[in-house]
Design a protein around this ligand. Sequence first.
Ligand SMILES: CC(C)(COP(=O)(O)OP(=O)(O)OC[C@H]1O[C@@H](n2cnc3c(N)ncnc32)[C@H](O)[C@@H]1OP(=O)(O)O)[C@@H](O)C(=O)NCCC(=O)NCCS
Length: 157
Amino acid sequence: MTTALTDLSDIEIRRYGYDCAVADSIAEVCKLCFADPWSREAVESTLRAEQNYVVAADGGKMGFAAASLAFDTADILDIAVHPEARRRGIGRAMLSHLLKLLRENGAKSVFLEVRVSNEGAIALYSSAGFKPCGIRKNYYTSPREDAALYVLEFTEV
Ligand SMILES: CC(C)(COP(=O)(O)OP(=O)(O)OC[C@H]1O[C@@H](n2cnc3c(N)ncnc32)[C@H](O)[C@@H]1OP(=O)(O)O)[C@@H](O)C(=O)NCCC(=O)NCCS
């Protein structure tokens, strides 16, 4: 992937359903971003599931953000930006697009878990209006770590 990005407006950020190339790209980004990444099969089933919303940047090559929605409650499943494309606003733009879709489709609350040490992601979520609402002890493996729980109530924003 090229690092010679010009402007955020040159990057296509939109919702995707299942598409083979998109699933390949998202699986590749997962491998680069997580110690315990989603498999290609997990990415495919995430894209295929009707209750899920998957937003991706340039067909997943630059990153993705995924959530599931049940009635009025949504959960952020994951968000990742290709390591060479970070700190250019792509994470924020994908999250904002995802939250807009969730709200338009009936979400009143959006929950997420994040490693307590993941300061970058926590800063991103906080800037989007998420508030801390609990800790899940030893939630993560590889390495073992607590999860911080966050919630965004759309009535408050
Ligand atoms: C978290 C992540 C998605 C952010 O993507 P990004 O495109 O780099 O984020 P943005 O450029 O949109 O940044 C938006 C804001 O988030 C915060 N932020 C993002 N990365 C940060 C970092 N490394 N350190 C501190 N703050 C950070 C900043 O407030 C930033 O605003 P600013 O650039 O105006 O200061 C990206 O770092 C990533 O893929 N990390 C690995 C995967 C991961 O941890 N996912 C979260 C799982 S819960």
